[in-house]
Design a protein around this ligand. Sequence first.
Ligand code: SAH
Length: 270
Amino acid sequence: MKKVIFISAGPGDPDLITIKAINHLKKSEVVLVDRLVSPEIVNKYLNPRRKIIYVGKYNDMHNKKEKKSFFTHTQKSINHLMVYHALKGRYVVRLKGGDVSIFSNIMDELMELKKYDISYEIIPGVTAAIGASAYTGIPLTARGYASSVRFVTLHNPNSIDKNQWNEFMETKDTLVFYMCVHKLYHIMDKLMMNKRNLYTDKLIAIVEQATTPMQKVYTSTLYNFKDMIKKEKKFLSPSLVIFGKIVNLYSYFKWNYRSNFLDKKNYFIY
Ligand code: SAH
């Protein structure tokens, strides 16, 4: 049967992938790998005879042969490759970072498959927010702090209107901002448009390279945040922001993820 399996690779730590995903990876014949997929997953779990196609910016390959196949693709060429191999009856896997259904263009790919009447399966996984929450010890909801959580893309902060920025400040929800690390200064300006917003009990946490041995966490009040951005080097990619009263629990518990990965060289720096 013509089919594509969408597999969630998790945010970095290769042990966060599911058993179901591993079973499919072992049987795979063609694997289209996105950027932000830990190479340990590729090294450890893929069928050695499979064809790997890197379809994203992928800077730190360990295997020279795989490095050669590095190429930056467009969504159109990814769709084309996926359909081409599936129509040939190959066992096609589409491997994406975090969870495949969160901010990953899966809709475009599913539409393409529908056009060609190719069936599919989706294997869920740990999205970056959930990984960052667990490996920083900042719960995303807790009694008296937040009863809801929202995942928000700030890829294009200019598309968000003034009312929405104010709502971000007023809500009691925990907000997790994805795809925003290069625009943090601008985002802070927007959040603090209204001066009374400065006196909030919400804190901000930036989690860099969550669930990898390189994970770093920076927390701040909104008020001090701009100074911190100035002082710090640029935050490394990928990073996300947790924003809300809940971030106060970080300094309260002072839980720190201690990497038990022995050899950092086996893990890539994004
Ligand atoms: N499908 C992915 C998200 C892809 S969008 C998921 O479910 O996690 C890419 C954004 O995800 C990055 O810009 C960053 O904000 C976030 N991200 C992915 N991996 C991350 C990691 N290990 N640490 C921190 N943020 C991460």
